[in-house]
Write a protein that binds this ligand. Structure first.
Ligand SMILES: [Zn+2]
Length: 256
């Protein structure tokens, strides 16, 4: 880690002493450090060539059209690429869980669907793209256990009523879950510090959520270049989020 980043982390620890309502907004980068592939990076899902899926556009495999018109392909892709049951939370997830326990974190807003924040112990998690660990029947709405689709022997899993069981994730062509979005916006609007991590902010809807922030301190932790409007109390740390939170924990005398 660069010396500049270490100095930034010391300053961030001081900022955090002055606030009591921190909100975290996270993207794919939070989970890639646990080994969950994101969609667009070099090693991401879109670039893992797989003969079963190569003839489809990547967006199609994660779309409502695919689930509706081509469910065999949809569920095969889902089982191959979305099964994160064996994956463990990393330092970033564990740090945020501890921060919530300490009373300073009012919520985690996440674009990830892997449930790793909850696995680390976070309670107030607002999943704006849903969760692959929740499943429901598209006909009657009955819910099914978290590993139901991954464990099912049926190519297309069916409910006792005959309907198809799908994961509770937001696909292309579908709207975001209203409850989670309302809770996320509420947490961002109430926060006096917003920490954004593991997202380039380039992809909808990240940027539009940030517009609700009215607090004093904006912190962005992301390895790659991004564009945020810099204000008086804006800090941009260009390092991996797990490492930054690991250092920050040490600075704050916290064991992860
Ligand atoms: Zn049903």
């Amino acid at each position: 880690m660069e010396a500049e980043a270490r100095d930034q982390i010391k300053e961030l620890a001081q900022w955090m002493e002055a606030v009591d309502k921190i909100c975290f907004f996270g993207g794919a980068g939070v989970s890639t450090e646990s080994g969950v592939p994101d969609f667009r990076s070099k090693d991401g899902l879109y670039n893992q060539h797989d003969v079963r899926f190569d003839r489809y556009q990547p967006e199609y495999l994660l779309s409502h059209s695919c689930l509706r018109d081509n469910p065999n392909v949809y569920f095969e892709f889902h089982r191959q690429k979305m099964d994160t049951r064996e994956i463990e939370p990393n330092k970033a997830h564990r740090y945020l869980a501890k921060l919530e326990e300490s009373g300073k974190l009012i919520g985690v807003v996440t674009q990830n669907i892997d449930g790793l924040h909850q696995k680390a112990g976070s309670k107030r998690v607002f999943e704006i793209h849903g969760s692959a660990l929740r499943n429901y029947c598209m006909n009657c709405g009955k819910t099914y256990p978290s590993d139901y689709i991954f464990a099912s022997q049926e190519a297309i899993p069916h409910c006792t009523c005959g309907g198809i069981i799908r994961p509770d994730i937001t696909l292309y062509e579908e709207g975001l879950p209203e409850d989670a979005v309302a809770q996320a916006v509420n947490a961002i609007a109430k926060a006096d510090m917003l920490i954004i991590g593991g997202t380039s902010l380039a992809v909808y809807p990240a940027a539009s959520f940030i517009n609700y922030f009215r607090g004093k301190y904006l912190v962005v932790i992301n390895q790659s270049q991004l564009h945020v409007r810099e204000a008086a109390n804006t800090m941009i740390i260009r390092e991996r989020i797990g490492e930054v939170f690991g250092e920050l924990a040490k600075e704050q005398g916290m064991t992860l």
